[in-house]
Design a protein around this ligand. Structure first.
Ligand code: JFZ
Length: 454
């Protein structure tokens, strides 16, 4: 046994890091659940959630990302924490509400902030006292992770590599990345960024060692002026993560270079070229690539109003129609939709958010088979107002608006068309390259009616 173990270790060592040894087929197998899922929930929750968009009792703004409130008001970490701490009061069982809502909406996975730029860790970290373990005597990462698994959901950790609290994080080196204010309380100068990197790797090790299987890690983020090995010793970090979590799926935000799928700085600068050694998927933010990103795995992340972290002043909620059609649009282009919720300081989910996720759930209860496990439609946008997805020989036509004459022309041959809601058969005239489906006078779903075509 002992010799066998030594020999195995020697072979593994000679083969180099696990990541390099992965074949295309192994990668496909690892990515399979994520590609099938098509829909996940994003959660931004931290000390900023309790502040709810207010500072010194006044509104900071009614739009934009208020998880950046510390930066918006220019507070050092000590001043920030003194005001935010007392307002961060997670109620018992908050995580069950998140998990149940995600499940009901038809999400297959949830990615939540283990630490955002503010630096406050939601797990019980041995490496800092700026964490839920020290503040609340709770491990919020465990509570959330347990609740998600109880609903059969996959677990994703968002982790900010930017850190506004750690005294050695060198914001002067971090060109192009945000920083609120240097403060005397925790900021001796000069800073030794290597010590911050050591801390970052240490906290990530806690997260990948103590919570069982981690399905996704969602790093955030790098600039063209500060990224990769220089900023985070990124390759070493990725190797450590892949060694302990061989099945994990990683985004590419430890980098900001063309090889990792970026053209430049903007969040719309992701490309359809990406070497998997830098990550598994690219992350268009707040927008949907007009024609998808053929050749790479991609996930659009989006807010429901205009902020990621809770802001009680932000009322610019997207309609149910917008988010359901976004989900359809993204699936028709072969991507995933990671739709954000920003719970309040006690972990409650705003009513508008519950309503919209419930509406998605109602739609998914009938139509999930036209989203989950589908691939992009190779014919692109159809001639009618709607979208197409496909699962092997089956095509799904998502009709947003009924053509005036009730005749839906689809760009493929089909002889059997049924309404996914209810299963009613529709009259079809099949042609070689296109077919015409007769729609009922009234579409059952004014947002997106799905027709299953065999
Ligand atoms: C980042 C975070 O700063 C933000 O708070 C949120 O978590 C979001 C999902 O990710 O947002 C970014 C990241 C990169 C850029 C802009 C916003 N960028 O490079 O322009």
């Amino acid at each position: 046994m002992k010799y066998l173990a030594i020999a195995t270790a020697a072979i593994a060592f000679m083969a180099g890091p696990l990541s390099a040894a992965e074949s295309a087929a192994e990668r496909d197998a690892r990515m399979a659940w994520w590609r099938e899922a098509r829909f996940g929930m994003f959660v931004h929750w931290g000390l900023y959630s309790g502040l709810a968009g207010d500072w010194n009792g006044k509104m900071v703004g009614d739009s934009g990302g208020l998880e950046w409130i510390q930066q918006r008001v220019g507070a050092d970490t000590h001043t920030y924490a003194a005001q935010a701490f007392p307002k961060f009061l997670p109620k018992p069982d908050f995580a069950r509400e998140w998990a149940k809502l995600a499940k009901r909406a038809g999400c297959q996975y949830v990615v939540f902030t283990t630490k955002h730029h503010e630096g406050f860790a939601l797990h019980d970290s041995k490496l800092t006292d700026y964490d839920a373990g020290d503040l609340l005597n709770r491990d919020l990462v465990r509570e959330i992770t347990d609740a998600l698994r109880a609903e059969g959901l996959r677990v994703g950790f968002y982790h900010s590599v930017i850190d506004w609290h750690h005294p050695q994080y060198d914001f002067r080196k971090a060109k192009g990345l945000p920083y609120p204010k240097d403060g005397p309380a925790v900021a001796p100068t000069p800073r030794d960024h290597d010590r911050y990197i050591h801390f970052l790797h240490g906290q990530v090790d806690e997260l990948i060692s103590n919570y069982g299987k981690v399905d996704v890690i969602w790093w955030d983020y790098s600039s063209t002026g500060f990224q990769g090995d220089e900023a985070w010793r990124a390759m070493e970090l990725l190797e450590k993560v892949r060694a302990k979590q061989p099945g994990v799926i990683l985004n590419n935000r430890l980098f900001r270079i063309p090889e990792a799928g970026f053209n430049g700085m903007g969040t719309d600068s992701v490309t359809n070229r990406m070497d998997p050694k830098y990550g598994d998927f690219v992350t268009p933010e707040q927008h949907i690539p007009p024609t998808g990103l053929p050749g790479v795995d991609w996930e659009t992340c989006m807010t429901l109003n205009t902020t990621w972290g809770y802001n009680r002043h932000d009322h610019k909620w997207k309609s149910d129609e917008t988010v359901i059609r976004n989900l359809v649009d993204i699936a028709s282009k072969g991507g995933n939709y990671l739709l954000n919720i920003g719970p309040t300081g006690d972990g409650s989910i705003p009513k508008e958010t519950v309503d919209t996720f419930s509406a998605i759930g109602k739609w998914m209860a009938v139509n999930a088979e036209s989203i989950r496990g589908t691939t992009a439609s190779e014919s692109g946008k159809p001639a009618f107002d709607g979208r197409l997805t496909r699962k092997g020989a089956v095509h799904y036509a998502h009709v947003f608006k009924r053509p005036a004459d009730g005749r839906l022309t689809v760009p493929f041959k089909t002889s059997k068309a049924t309404l996914l809601a209810g299963g009613q058969a529709l009259k079809v005239t099949a042609g070689d390259k296109q077919s015409v489906i007769e729609l009922p006078t009234e579409l059952p779903d004014p947002i997106a009616t799905v027709i299953r075509c065999e």
